[in-house]
Design a protein around this ligand. Structure first.
Ligand SMILES: CCCCCCCC/C=C\CCCCCCCC(=O)SCCNC(=O)CCNC(=O)[C@H](O)C(C)(C)COP(=O)(O)OP(=O)(O)OC[C@H]1O[C@@H](n2cnc3c(N)ncnc32)[C@H](O)[C@@H]1OP(=O)(O)O
Length: 160
């Protein structure tokens, strides 16, 4: 298991899922284990929907973040989430550690589709497939509305 750099986008990145300083975020960190990225996270009461159960939208946010980091950690690219298909098989319990795993199902230079599995106590709570668009620098700058910081440019695909 190899820990991935937790902050490849620099200290000011604002991501709800992975910014270490986000006031209410998940503060996720990832490791690479073979062909997968892995994270562990224990949801607190602030993430409840029904009492004792994590809000389904936030469970999906967790899946989105795991998949995004599969693109970062396994492909060395950044992808913008284009499609999310998930099934919530079991309630995600508050206060119980979640293991999240992401792996590449298929990819080209322009897109990547990631398989995600979130489990508690070895039992699947969510499985899903998420597709990411990998943009070139110009398209990423249009989407973000400004120039990419130098450190981010290596995550874009070569323009064609
Ligand atoms: C590159 C460097 C940038 C670095 C930035 C680093 C920041 C670091 C900071 C902090 C870490 C953050 C960690 C984040 C983690 C979570 C990730 C997110 O939350 S991302 C935000 C939510 N997602 C959106 O806001 C997208 C909204 N959608 C769009 O902007 C467009 O629809 C977009 C870009 C997804 C596609 O735009 P089009 O359709 O104009 O582009 P076309 O070139 O036509 O498509 C590109 C490829 O994507 C496929 N595609 C498009 N939509 C698809 C879909 N819904 N399903 C499947 N494939 C789709 C297309 O078929 C095409 O593939 P074919 O070239 O044909 O192989």
């Amino acid at each position: 298991m190899t820990d991935l750099d937790p902050n490849p986008f620099g200290p000011d990145q604002p991501c709800f899922g992975c910014s270490p300083d986000h006031p209410i975020g998940f503060h996720l960190r990832f490791a690479r284990e073979g062909d997968e990225v892995v994270t562990r996270f224990t949801p607190g009461p602030q993430y409840q929907g029904p009492p004792g159960i994590m809000h389904g939208g936030l469970v999906t946010t967790l899946a989105d973040e795991v998949a995004a980091w599969a693109v970062i950690g396994l492909l060395d690219r950044f992808g913008f989430t284009a499609s999310i298909q998930v099934r919530l098989h079991r309630p995600m319990r508050i206060g119980v550690e979640v293991e999240g795993r992401g792996s590449i199902l298929r990819h080209s230079s322009r897109t990547a589709t990631i398989a995600v599995r979130l489990s508690q106590g070895g039992v699947d709570a969510l499985t899903g497939e998420l597709t990411f668009a990998i943009l070139d620098q110009a398209a990423a700058e249009r989407l973000l509305g400004g120039p990419l910081p130098e450190a981010w440019r290596r995550f874009s695909r070569a323009s064609t």
